[in-house]
Design a protein around this ligand. Structure first.
Ligand code: PMP
Length: 295
């Protein structure tokens, strides 16, 4: 049986969840999205994801057809409709159906979709052994173009980087910004540890402000792990004691090889291990009644 999909105000069967070929999300990548997880019958950091979704909408001048409260309810209801207590949820809003020109004024009604499906996890082995990643030639979009703070439907930048990693046989790509400073991976933020200090690129370097990144920063503060949001170069990556990526799907995943350099002793490090345990603990906490799926 297929999934029940939220599409423009109602739930429809997967095979009926169709969007026009004149939708500007399809024609021009004119839209935004969110990737969210539900754990143990509760949508994790619902408010943070809804807030980021609305900020992305505002940044591209897209007026969403629902309020934040309604959006949260739609996300929870989509899990409920599909009987999912653990889920990966995708929310997409596009400019809507227009004509073949790119002018958004021709798109009177935005398209809004919410999909909840079962989550496909990275193999546990990668959490034990770490990822092999490379830095790639494709640079992260600058803020003066499509600002990477916007979670937009324009992922070609990241996809180009992912293709470069695939060709090289690496598991992920680290993207640098226009000046050559470390920005982020194609769908994850990056952290390193050097001499006991946890470091991650500061937001002004140009990246998505990951919900997981923010949780890891909060956890580090709670655990008294010194933290710097700073500017990192490839040198900092190569000489790090530990490195790991953060994202909704991956949670925290270790990196043990960057551009053929072995990171630390080639195994996930102690700060990574500690933060992953703490992170998995907070995913079990139900602290938002509005995010509970089955009552
Ligand atoms: N960077 C990019 C480019 C992303 O697409 C994502 C989300 N998949 C992230 C970072 C991580 O963000 P979050 O922790 O909110 O999932």
């Amino acid at each position: 049986m297929g999934l029940k999909i939220y599409l423009d105000g109602s739930f429809v069967e997967e095979q009926d969840a169709k969007v026009s070929v004149f939708d500007h999300g399809f024609l021009y990548g004119d839209g935004i999205f969110e990737g969210i997880r539900a754990y143990h019958n509760c949508v994790f950091r619902l408010k943070e994801h809804v807030d980021r979704f609305f900020d992305s909408a505002k940044a591209i001048n897209l007026e969403l057809p629902v309020s934040k409260k309604q959006m949260g309810d739609i996300i929870v209801e989509t899990c409920r409709q599909n009987g999912l207590r653990e889920a990966y949820i995708r929310v997409v809003a596009s400019r809507g159906k227009g004509d073949l020109g790119l002018d958004p004024r021709k798109c009177p009604i935005p398209t809004l979709v919410c999909i909840a499906s079962s989550i496909s996890l990275y193999p546990e082995e990668l959490y034990r052994n770490g990822l092999k990643v490379i830095t790639v030639p494709t640079r992260r979009n600058g803020p003066e173009g499509v600002n990477p703070r916007i979670k937009s439907l324009n992922y070609l930048n990241n996809i180009m980087a992912k293709i470069e990693a695939n060709i090289a046989g690496a598991e992920e790509a680290i993207m640098l910004n226009q000046e050559g400073y470390v920005a982020e991976c194609t769908g994850d933020n990056i952290f390193i540890v050097k001499n006991g200090v946890l470091k991650t690129p500061a937001l002004h370097v140009g990246m998505l402000e990951g919900v997981t990144r923010n949780e890891v920063i909060k956890l580090a503060r709670a655990e008294d792990i010194p933290l710097e949001e700073t500017v990192l170069t490839r040198y900092d990556l190569f000489t790090a004691d530990e490195a790991f990526l953060t994202g909704t799907a991956a949670e925290l995943i270790p990196v043990t090889n960057i551009d053929t350099r072995v990171i630390g002793d080639g195994k996930p490090g102690p700060i990574f291990n500690k933060l992953l345990i703490k992170y998995r603990e907070i995913t079990k906490v139900v602290d938002n009644p509005d995010a509970v799926i089955m009552r």
